[in-house]
Design a protein around this ligand. Structure first.
Ligand code: ATP
Ligand code: MG
Ligand code: MG
Length: 554
C-alpha cells in the first residue's frame, strides 16, 4: 500500500531511486532481544517494513535482524515474542531473518583489519580511567598510554582477549580516531569488551563482544542494507558509523538516517522500565493489557490495523515530540466502530421483571449485528419474563433529563418491546433489588402509542440464558501525563485504579461460546475482547479495550 504521506525519508528514497544512487531499497528492523516490543517499536516496524511494501515493484525488502551482541540481557523468549508480534502487526520478513551473533567472525576480522591498519589498539586501563581521559566538550581528551602500541603487540593482546586469557574489565579494544574531536563519540571509542556470559545463540564460544557503534554499521553493510533508519539519539553517532564503514573491509556502503522517536503521554516506553514493571509484578506480565507492548495491546483488544493507522497518523519527522495517548485510543475506537459486531452484556446486573408476561414466556427477537455493516446481518435472542439490566439504567427518583427507567417511564429493550416501569423492591439498606415493568404489546419494531415517550433503548440479557463472566475494566497504567518526569520516579506515577475486575457480569450465551480474541462492542459500554489467555466457555473472561467515549478527558 502506497503511503499517503510524503515524509523526508520517503523523499530521500525517491530521490535515490531517481538518481540511480540506489536500485533496490533494503531496510531492516534491528531489535535487541532483551524485552518485548512496544508501540515505539511499532513505529519503526511500520516505517521499515512499510517502505519494503511500497517499493516491492523494484524488489525492496526489509530484514528482521536480531541485534544480539550483548549476551547478558538477551533471551530466546524475546526472540520468539518479537517474531510473533511483528507477524501479528501484519508484516513479514520472508527469508530475510538475520542474527548479528551469526557474524561474530566478521566483526572480529574487521577488528583485526583495523589493528593491522594502525586504527585500533588494546587499552588495558580500567573503564573508569578511560572515561576520565575522554575530557568534555571544552577540554580535549588525553591519550591512553596504550595508544601507540605496535601492531604486533595489539594483535597479541586482542588474541589473548579473544582466548579468554584476560579477565573481564581488564582490557578493551578501542578505535584510534581523535581524542580532541568535538564529537565525543569519536574520541577513541570502545569497539570490543570482554564479557564472560553465556550467549543465547553462540553459547560460550565468545568472551569478547562488539559494541553497538562498531557492530551496527557492519551488520548493515554485511546485509547490503541501503537505508539504515534509526532514532534521533543516534544522530551524533553517525560520524562513527561512517568511520567504521570507511575503514573496514565491507561488502556494501549503507547510509544512516535518523527520525524522531515515538513518545506517548501516560506511558513509559523504555524496555528497562517495562522490564521493571514485570519483574516487580506491578503488572501481570509483558502482555498485561495495560502495558504499551504490542502483545499487551493485542491482549487488550487493540486491532493491528489501529496500531498501523496510529503510526501512519503520527508520521515520520526530525523533531521529538510527545503524542497524546488519546490519539491511539481514537484510532482503536475508529477501527473497532467500523469492524466490531455488537453484543449485549450487563456489567452491574439488576433484575427487571416484565409482570405482564407469563412466567414461562420465551420469545425470539432479532437484533442487528453491526449497524455499520448491514452485510453482517442479524442474530436471534430469547426474551423472557425476567431480564438483567444495568443498575445504572434505573433510578428511584430520576431527574427530568434521565431517559432511562424510573417509575412511570418507558424505555425500549434493544430489539424487543417498549416497557413501562411500574415499581421496584429494595432491601433493608435501601438498595434496589428488583424493578418491575409492563411491556407495551405490539412495540417490537414499532413506535409506542401516541403520548408515550420512549427515547432510549437499553441493553439486557435474559435471566435464564445469561452466562456469568469475569470482565476486566482497564484504565491507563499511569495517572500522570509524563511518568518519566515524576520527581519520585515513574513507579510513583502508577494509577492505582488501572484495573477494576467485575466478577459476575451477565453476558449473552454467544459471548461465552466465542473464541479467545473475539472482539465486539458491548452495546452502550465499550469495546471488549475475549481474553487471549484466560477466556473459556466455562469461564468467560472479557477485557475492555476502550470505552465508547473518552471518560478520562472529563
Ligand atoms: P528501548 O529504549 O525501549 O530499550 P531500544 O531502541 O534500545 O528501545 P531496540 O531493540 O534496539 O530497542 O530497538 C529496535 C529498533 O526500534 C531501533 O531501530 C530503534 O530505533 C527502534 N525504536 C525503539 N524505540 C522506539 C521509539 N520509541 N520510537 C521509534 N522507534 C523506536
Ligand atoms: Mg537498542
Ligand atoms: Mg535500549
Amino acid at each position: 500500500p502506497q503511503s499517503e504521506r510524503r515524509d523526508f525519508i520517503r523523499e530521500m528514497i525517491a530521490n535515490d531511486l531517481a538518481s540511480g544512487n540506489c536500485k533496490t531499497p533494503v531496510t531492516r528492523f534491528p531489535p535487541e532481544p532483551n524485552g518485548y516490543l512496544h508501540i515505539g517499536h511499532a513505529k519503526a516496524i511500520c516505517l521499515n517494513f512499510g517502505l519494503a511494501l511500497e517499493y516491492a515493484s523494484v524488489g525492496a525488502r526489509c530484514h528482521l535482524r536480531f541485534d544480539d551482541t550483548n549476551p547478558s540481557k538477551e533471551d530466546q523468549e524475546y526472540v520468539d515474542s518479537i517474531q510473533s508480534d511483528i507477524k501479528w502487526l501484519g508484516f513479514d520478513w520472508g527469508n530475510n531473518l538475520y542474527f548479528a551473533s551469526n557474524i561474530f567472525d566478521f566483526f572480529y576480522d574487521c577488528a583485526v583489519h583495523l589493528i593491522n591498519n594502525g586504527l585500533a589498539y588494546v587499552d588495558e586501563q580500567d573503564v573508569e580511567t578511560i572515561r576520565a581521559q575522554r575530557g568534555n566538550l571544552v577540554t580535549p581528551g588525553t591519550h591512553s598510554p596504550y595508544r601507540d602500541r605496535s601492531i604486533e603487540e595489539n594483535i597479541a593482546r586482542f588474541t589473548a582477549m579473544k582466548n579468554g586469557e584476560i579477565p573481564e574489565g581488564k582490557a578493551v579494544l578501542r578505535a584510534k580516531i581523535d581524542m580532541a574531536s568535538s564529537n565525543m563519540n569519536m574520541r577513541d571509542p570502545i569497539l570490543y569488551r570482554i564479557v564472560f556470559a553465556e550467549h543465547h545463540n553462540t553459547g560460550d564460544k565468545w568472551c569478547i563482544y562488539p559494541m553497538y557503534d562498531f557492530a551496527h554499521p557492519l551488520e548493515d553493510a554485511y546485509e547490503h542494507i541501503t537505508h539504515s533508519l534509526c532514532t534521533l539519539e543516534f544522530e551524533n553517532h553517525r560520524p562513527l558509523y561512517d568511520w567504521v564503514i570507511d575503514n573496514c573491509p565491507v561488502p556494501s556502503r549503507p547510509r544512516q538516517t535518523e527520525f524522531s522517536r515515538l513518545n506517548i503521554t501516560y506511558t513509559v516506553m523504555s524496555k528497562r522500565k517495562l522490564l521493571q514493571l514485570v519483574q516487580e509484578k506491578r503488572v501481570s506480565g509483558w502482555d498485561d493489557p495495560r502495558m504499551p507492548t504490542i502483545s499487551g495491546m493485542r491482549r487488550r483488544g487493540y486491532p493491528a490495523a489501529a496500531i498501523r493507522n496510529f503510526c501512519e497518523t503520527v508520521g515520520i519527522t526530525k523533531f521529538n515530540g510527545i503524542t497524546d495517548v488519546a490519539l491511539l485510543e481514537h484510532s482503536v475506537r475508529g477501527e473497532l466502530n467500523a469492524t466490531a459486531p455488537r453484543r449485549m452484556a450487563v456489567l452491574r446486573p439488576l433484575k427487571l421483571v416484565l409482570t405482564n408476561l407469563p412466567a414461562n414466556h420465551s420469545e425470539t427477537v432479532t437484533v442487528v449485528n453491526n449497524p455499520e455493516k448491514p452485510e453482517e446481518g442479524t442474530r436471534e435472542l430469547t426474551l423472557t419474563r425476567e431480564v438483567w439490566i444495568e443498575q445504572d439504567d434505573f433510578m428511584i427518583d430520576p431527574p427530568k433529563k434521565y431517559f432511562r427507567l424510573g417509575v412511570g417511564r418507558t424505555v425500549r429493550l434493544r430489539g424487543g418491546y417498549c416497557v413501562t416501569c411500574t415499581g421496584y423492591c429494595t432491601d433493608e439498606a435501601g438498595n434496589v433489588t428488583e424493578v418491575q415493568a409492563e411491556i407495551i404489546p405490539g412495540t417490537i419494531g414499532n413506535n409506542p402509542p401516541e403520548g408515550i415517550k420512549c427515547k432510549t433503548a437499553i441493553h439486557w440479557v435474559a435471566v435464564p440464558h445469561a452466562v456469568d463472566a469475569e470482565v476486566r475494566l482497564y484504565d491507563r497504567l499511569f495517572s500522570c501525563e509524563n511518568p518519566d518526569a515524576h520527581e519520585e520516579g515513574f513507579l510513583a506515577a502508577l494509577n492505582p485504579d488501572s484495573l477494576d475486575i467485575i466478577a459476575h457480569a451477565k453476558i449473552e450465551p454467544a459471548l461465552a461460546a466465542a473464541e479467545p480474541e473475539f472482539v465486539c462492542q458491548f452495546e452502550r459500554l465499550g469495546y471488549f475482547v475475549a481474553d487471549r489467555r484466560d477466556h473459556a466457555p466455562e469461564h468467560p473472561v472479557y477485557n475492555r479495550a476502550v470505552a465508547l467515549k473518552d471518560s478520562w478527558a472529563k
